[in-house]
Each structure stands twice: as structure tokens, then as C-alpha cells.
Design a binder for this molecule. Structure first.
Ligand code: SAM
Length: 286
């Protein structure tokens, strides 16, 4: 089986199996060898690595991963792709394909079984309709993780890197920056995919921190505060936090904490960075 990383070989495989793309699964397959090489290189995949690939499609990136990694586990939701993957990956004995929805897979169990519980690498050209739940699920479920290197929509990659002052800054930026150091490692134009999506893409590497960069005593409350702020980003911090259904801080208490922090009473939460949200939480829950 030839490498799939070009349009001609991809079309051949699609024809051979009479495969039709399913929009609902975010199926846009990579057809550019340079981009594929770059993803594997930026992910730092070596013969020591256990790689989890989300959504192998017809196995394009999977082939590159199998060449570089010790072992690859690829989780694909679309059952029509499974016989194709058996064919395109038949040369590799270091890959396991699981036909399942990634959001239902016990990834921590997988890391225990395949990698003795040591941190794994996640590498994928993600289905864009579930980028956020996939990434948040990986961080919040406590899966032992080294890094996540993924193709995402360009705007989403930007959002993950942003700080206060940008319209793209929000709860996703803060969550990603709490758990990892994000770095956009490649910009990828629409013509590198088949079918061609109508948005530009980027590869982002999220290197997981061993310890978050800020110390917060009550994480759950901090995320509630952050959600309250960005659900109503034009409101003042006093109004958004006091009005949150899952929090019970009075306007007076919030104003007092803001005063302790040297903030003006009408400050908006969207101007806070992660360190300030952590400080605010630590003070208000003390
Ligand atoms: N890795 C291939 C490539 O780069 O050419 C395909 C990438 S394509 C953008 C996304 C893949 O994720 C598709 O194969 C799609 O069927 C699969 N997918 C979509 N939702 C999924 C889910 N919930 N769990 C696992 N795979 C999923």
C-alpha cells in the first residue's frame, strides 16, 4: 500500500471502497505530505512513544505515525472506514484501530494497558465539530498526557493562545493555558484537505504542565467564576459573578475582594488573566 498523503492515492482508495464523506463526522482528509511530516515532527513522536490518534479516517496520518512511533492506537467512529483502515494499515503491526466514539473511550485505561500508565501523546487531525469537548475531556479526565498536537480550525487555535484584550479570549483560552503551554506550530491552508473545508486550519501543540502555572485552592469554583464571566462578557465582574446560578457570592463580597486586589469596582472579568482569576478565587473562597 502506497502512502496516502497525496490526492491521487487518496482518490484511489476512496474509489476502491466506494466511500462517501460524511459531513456530520467532520471528514476532511489530509492530502499534503509536508503537513503530515510536520505534524509528526512537531509532536516529537519517537520509537518510545505511545500515540493516541483521534479519527484516523482512511489512515493517512496513521501511516506516518506508525513509522515514527512505538505503538499507535487509533479511534475512529465511522464503521465504514474500518475495512479501509485494515487495508491501508496492513503493513504495520504496531497499530490498533478501535471503532468507537472518542468521547466514550476510557483513555486512562488505555494508557494503563498500553503504556504502563505513563504519559501518552495525542496526535490528530481533529473532527472540528467536537474540538473543545475532546480537548477539555483529555485535560479534565486526568488521563496521563505528555502533549496534544492537533489540527484545528485556525480561529480555535488562535483562541487557545489568546490573553485578555482580544475578542477571541475566553474560557477555552483559560482552560488550555491552565493545563498546558500552547504553541501554534503550523498554519495549514484549505487546499491541503479533501474535501476542501471552508475554513483555514492550524496545528497547535499543547504541552501539558506537570503542575498548573497558578495555584488555586478551589478549581471548581474558579471554573464556575470563569464561565459566569464569559457567559456574560459585557457585564461587570460584580454583576456576572453575583448572578451566576451555581455560585452564591454577594455583590458586597465580590466588590470587597476586587478592592483588596486593587481593581476598580466596575471591572469586567474579561480583563482578567489566569493569575488574576486564581487570586480572585483564592481570596473569595478563603
Ligand atoms: N486523520 C485523517 C486525516 O488526517 O486525513 C482524518 C481526519 S478527519 C478531519 C476527522 C476524522 O475523525 C474522520 O475520520 C471522522 O470520521 C472521525 N471522527 C469524527 N467524530 C469522531 C468521534 N466522535 N470519535 C472518533 N472519531 C471521530
Amino acid at each position: 500500500m502506497a502512502y496516502l498523503g497525496n490526492a491521487q492515492n487518496t482518490i484511489e482508495v476512496l474509489k476502491k471502497y466506494g466511500f462517501t464523506f460524511q459531513k456530520k463526522f467532520g471528514q476532511n482528509f489530509l492530502i499534503d505530505e509536508h503537513v503530515l511530516d510536520r505534524i509528526v515532527e512537531e509532536a516529537g513522536v519517537t520509537k518510545d512513544s505511545l500515540v493516541l490518534e483521534i479519527g484516523p479516517g482512511i489512515g493517512t496520518l496513521t501511516q506516518y505515525l506508525c513509522e515514527a512511533a512505538r505503538e499507535v492506537v487509533a479511534v475512529e467512529i465511522d464503521k465504514h472506514l474500518i475495512p479501509i483502515l485494515e487495508d491501508t494499515l496492513s503493513e504495520y503491526d504496531n497499530v490498533t484501530v478501535i471503532n468507537e466514539d472518542i468521547l466514550k473511550v476510557d483513555i486512562a485505561a488505555l494508557a494503563r494497558e498500553k503504556n504502563a500508565g505513563k504519559p501518552i501523546k495525542v496526535v490528530a487531525n481533529l473532527p472540528y465539530y467536537i474540538t473543545t469537548p475532546i480537548i477539555m475531556g483529555l485535560f479534565e479526565s486526568g488521563v496521563p498526557l505528555e502533549s496534544i498536537t492537533v489540527m484545528v480550525q485556525k480561529e480555535v487555535a488562535d483562541r487557545m493562545q489568546e490573553g485578555p484584550g482580544s475578542k477571541d479570549y475566553g474560557a477555552l483560552s483559560l482552560a488550555v493555558q491552565y493545563y498546558s503551554k500552547p504553541e501554534i506550530v503550523a498554519r495549514v491552508p484549505m487546499n491541503c484537505f479533501m474535501p476542501r473545508p471552508n475554513v483555514d486550519s492550524a496545528v497547535i501543540r499543547l504541552k501539558k504542565y506537570e503542575k498548573p502555572p497558578v495555584q488555586v485552592n478551589d478549581e471548581k469554583t474558579m471554573w464556575r467564576i470563569i464561565r459566569a464571566v464569559f457567559n456574560q462578557r459585557r457585564k461587570t465582574m460584580v454583576n456576572s459573578v453575583s448572578g451566576a446560578a451555581d455560585l452564591s457570592f454577594s455583590k458586597e463580597k465580590i466588590a470587597a475582594v476586587l478592592d483588596e486586589m486593587g481593581e476598580i469596582p466596575t471591572v469586567r472579568g474579561e480583563s482578567f488573566d489566569l493569575a488574576k482569576f486564581a487570586e480572585f478565587t483564592n481570596r473569595i473562597t478563603r
